[in-house]
Design a protein around this ligand. Structure first.
Ligand code: AMP
Ligand code: ZN
Length: 488
């Protein structure tokens, strides 16, 4: 089985060859934790969660690193009024690290809700200031960067003069870039407007600041990802991911920094996830065209007619390929809900099927498995994979209606393969099972409270608990083994 990955740098699908056989180093740009993540952000992280799960399922040992951007994801002019952290600290009257903590916790909660697996390493920019200063020093020593008024910039013209190719990822022509850009910062600190900050001098108002050989300041956003990715994955690693919008300048700058520092391109396969749109417009906080994940899950919004379970949102996202734009709409969510329900019903039916070893079936399990793996290894094609899973669903319904048969061996194989694709690879959750678990936990709490009430001779309360549950169709029975319940 050969895995093919669309490499944005090559502009085509390539056969995936990891640096170390059987192992994958993968870095994905994390969130800037100055406000809540919107549903669009979730789509990108979910795309890479699916890729991570797929790689693991295919047998690779993956080291997955996803950072937290908690130091000025600054606008390149370094104006403190444009620094998102500083703006938010003023708005919420909180310390910068309180903002960071608040939104990091929120980010984790949201991803947990959509059943994303945690990365193996989640480094923060503020925890890697030393590494960023060292890289900046190295770039100055090798002549790729220069200091100007307490800030340090990467010299893009020098980089190109040495035969390196700024613009290779975004396919931008450097001459055009120079011709079309005016120097907007007006400070005259940079030699060229395309030069980007590695280190920025902090103004008086800037609270997040660190000492450096160039005075007090803070690191540039592009540099943090170079520092953290190469620290944990090596100077050249296998996969680097992020949203499409990060291709330029962020990832272009990471390539330039990596090549200038280490003489080699930092990443073998660049992967870019496409955008989530709503009303056919990119979801984004700045335009106001966005929905928060909780608003969709709770139903508290003006856009969707009802609430949707996170597993259904996840299923909806995976019905589009990660490189395609996905427009989220009420109809799309309703269709996903229906499809999800049918898939879960089929899995339930599968447990009650009786095998029949005598008759031949028209469904070839081996062919079906091959098609599923072909889809997965063809640049992680989740919509095609899901389409194949629905062929199995159709077959399962035919088994139920006794229009088809399956042998004992194939039944076990179908069960384990389908469960692996649905729960391990797609990362879906069985809503019904989860609800049952929750109900059981809640009833155990009520039984415990009733026992406590009885012990303290508060029979009024203990009777109330029993009677109210009975009114809801839940009967408590006291026996020698303790209290059990039955639901009618
Ligand atoms: P940020 O916190 O702004 O750095 O964004 C976190 C991630 O979300 C980045 O990988 C972005 O590319 C991605 N992103 C931002 N907007 C969208 C969107 N509308 N759809 C999908 N991904 C997005
Ligand atoms: Zn990054």
């Amino acid at each position: 089985m050969q895995l093919k990955i669309y490499n944005s740098l090559a502009g085509e699908k390539e056969i995936f060859k990891p640096i170390l056989e059987g192992n994958v180093g993968m870095y994905v740009c994390g969130p800037t934790v100055y406000s809540n993540v919107h549903l669009g952000n979730v789509r990108t992280f979910l795309s890479f969660d699916f890729i991570y799960r797929s790689l693991t399922h295919l047998g690779y040992k993956v080291r997955y690193v996803r950072n937290i951007t908690d130091a000025g994801h600054l606008t390149d002019d370094g104006d403190v009024n444009n620094d998102r952290f500083v703006k938010q600290t003023r708005l919420e009257k909180l310390e910068p690290m309180e903002i960071v903590q608040k939104y990091t916790v929120d980010f984790h909660k949201v991803l947990d809700m959509f059943n994303l697996l945690p990365p193996n390493i989640e480094p923060t920019a503020t925890g890697h200031i030393v590494e960023q200063i060292e890289l900046t020093q190295k770039l100055i020593e090798t002549g790729f960067a220069y200091e100007s008024n307490g800030s340090v910039y990467f010299d893009v013209l020098e980089y190109n003069a040495r035969g390196l190719n700024y613009g290779e990822l975004s396919k931008r022509n450097i001459e055009e870039l120079f011709a079309n850009t005016r120097d907007l910062d007006g400070q005259g600190e940079k030699k060229n407007p395309q030069d980007f900050a590695l280190w920025k001098k902090a103004s008086q108002a800037h609270i997040m600041r660190w000492n450096s050989p160039w005075g007090e300041g803070f690191p540039g956003w592009h540099l943090e990802c170079t520092a953290m990715s190469t620290k944990y994955l090596g100077e050249t690693f296998d996969i680097h991911g992020g949203g499409m919008d990060l291709k330029f300048p962020h990832h272009e700058c990471e390539i330039a920094q990596g090549k200038a520092c280490n003489g080699a391109s930092p990443v073998n396969y660049w992967m870019h996830a496409n955008m989530l749109t709503m009303n056919s417009q990119r979801m984004s906080k700045s335009t106001g065209n966005y929905i928060l994940p909780m608003q969709l899950v709770s139903g508290e919004n003006d856009f969707f007619e009802k609430s949707f379970h996170p597993a259904i949102v996840r299923f909806c996202f995976l019905q589009a390929h990660y490189r395609s734009v996905l427009d989220i709409s009420n109809d799309a969510m309703l269709a996903s809900e229906k499809g999800f329900g049918r898939l879960m019903e089929a899995l339930k039916i599968l447990n009650s099927i009786t095998p029949n070893d005598e008759k031949q079936s028209g469904f070839s399990l081996e062919d079906w498995k091959t098609k599923c793996y072909d889809a997965l290894t063809d640049d992680f094609n989740s919509p095609i994979l899901i389409a194949h899973l629905f062929e199995a669903v159709k077959f399962i319904f035919a088994l139920k209606d006794e229009k088809e048969t399956i042998s004992d061996k194939d039944l076990e194989d179908l069960k384990s393969t389908l469960n692996a694709f649905v729960f391990d690879v797609l990362g879906l959750q069985n809503i019904e099972e989860n609800n049952n678990e929750k109900l059981d936990q809640t009833l155990q709490v009520l039984i415990e409270l009733r026992n406590q009430a009885r012990k303290s001779k508060n029979f009024d309360l203990s009777d109330q608990i029993r009677d109210k549950l009975l009114a809801e169709g839940i009967e408590l029975k006291d026996g020698r083994e303790g209290t059990t319940y039955s639901i009618s």
